[in-house]
Design a protein around this ligand. Structure first.
Ligand SMILES: Nc1ncnc2c1ncn2[C@@H]1O[C@H](COP(=O)(O)OP(=O)(O)OP(=O)(O)O)[C@@H](O)[C@H]1O
Length: 356
């Protein structure tokens, strides 16, 4: 079990990242001259064997960023450096970057074995079938090599698509919403298996998704995009616990945005004094996650009123009102409060000061 140090600044607890494989800097793209920038000044690095998720709402520029790295779109500014060399002038096929989209795109008239072997056209024909079997074995489907794609489930087809991508031995794999065609249960198990597969193979990956749970569980680094800009890139626990902006805080889950007056490591807010990081002075806006707010029974007429509650089995989500202001809290379900009950709200953890 790891214990999060919620009081640590993002840099203080960051472990060493692997040497960079890919470095993207100042990347911008506009599709038509009168359009706003689809991608604006995006920069990040991806370490060897690392998985980065680009997360953001529809239209924020995730796929455009991926397409520029793949070579399908040309940026109007910026650079993309792979293993120390700019690849901007290389056509897609020279970049040795594998891409998996949500619709698998297997060849329907070829067996699974042939689908995977197709990615190894550079090898002598005699070797391809055996290698294809090895890759299928890696994704747990070696027994099905003779089957046709339409004889598989969606999750199995997606694993074959991954085997085919990995068989080409790419320097980098790009995944564009690869799990979004799978139903919820299959989606979770497939992404767990796929993550293990990439980690075992030491593959460097960029995943594009609008699903925050997927990004947080699948990636080593999460980059949150909004309106063409990359707002924050950091480890999943850091972007969740220490969001840079109100947008990041709210996109990653429920939160309480509190306005306050800071004096060092404490801010006076509607919930009383709250510990904050980093230390600040003057007016601030802070984010406090609902699971960091404890509830306790308060005498009638004091504290907040429970206005909504959602029992979720292992925990319970509450909406509360105090002096006309709304707050949310998530508490373990062993103690439950009813709608209309009066409770006191007690911040348990350090709140994060937002940049805007
Ligand atoms: N071929 C294109 N021509 C013109 N505009 C485009 C084109 N492709 C994307 N755009 C625009 O660029 C912006 C970014 O789109 P992009 O597809 O990169 O976003 P996204 O974050 O991947 O969205 P989604 O999650 O819906 O796929 C959007 O405003 C979109 O309308």
């Amino acid at each position: 079990m790891t214990t999060l140090n919620l009081n640590a600044t993002p840099q203080a607890s960051a472990p060493q990242r692997p040497a960079p494989l890919l470095s993207v800097s100042g990347l911008s793209k506009r599709y038509r001259s009168r359009d706003p920038l689809a991608v604006e000044n995006v920069g990040f690095t991806l370490g060897n064997g690392e998985i980065l998720a680009l997360l953001g709402p529809s239209g924020c520029g995730k796929s455009t960023t991926l397409r520029m790295i793949a070579g399908f779109e040309h940026p109007e500014a910026g650079d993309i450096v792979l293993r120390g060399k700019s690849i901007l002038d290389q056509p897609p096929q020279q970049r040795r970057i594998g891409i998996v989209f949500q619709d698998y795109a297997l060849f329907p008239h070829m067996s699974l074995g042939h689908n995977v072997a197709f990615a190894m056209r550079h090898l002598p024909k005699a070797k391809r079938a055996a290698r294809a079997r090895e890759w299928l074995d890696m994704v747990g489907l070696a027994d099905l090599a003779e089957r046709m794609p339409d004889e598989l489930s969606g999750g199995q087809q997606q694993r074959v698509a991954l085997a085919r991508t990995l068989a080409a031995e790419p320097q980098l794999v790009l995944l564009d919403e690869p799990f979004s065609n799978l139903d919820a249960a299959l989606r979770e198990s497939t992404r767990k298996e796929v993550r293990q597969l990439f980690k075992a193979a030491g593959t460097s990956v960029i995943l594009v998704t609008h699903d925050q749970a997927e990004a947080l569980s699948f990636a080593d680094q999460v980059g949150v995009m909004h309106a063409g800009k990359l707002i924050q890139v950091d480890r999943p626990e850091q972007v969740y616990q220490h969001p840079a902006t109100a947008f990041v805080a709210e996109f990653l889950g429920h939160t309480n945005l509190l306005d306050g007056d800071a004096d060092g490591e404490i801010a006076q807010t509607a919930l009383g004094p709250v510990a904050i990081t980093p230390a600040s002075r003057g007016p601030v806006r802070v984010s406090l996650r609902p699971e960091h707010l404890a509830l306790a029974t308060a005498p009638d007429g004091h504290g907040a009123t429970v206005v909504e509650r959602e029992f979720r089995g292992h925990d319970c989500f509450y909406l509360l009102e105090q002096h006309g202001q709304r707050f949310c809290a998530i508490t373990p379900s062993h103690t439950l409060w009813q709608i209309g009950e009066q409770v006191s709200l007690e911040p348990q953890r350090t709140a994060t000061v937002l940049q805007y």
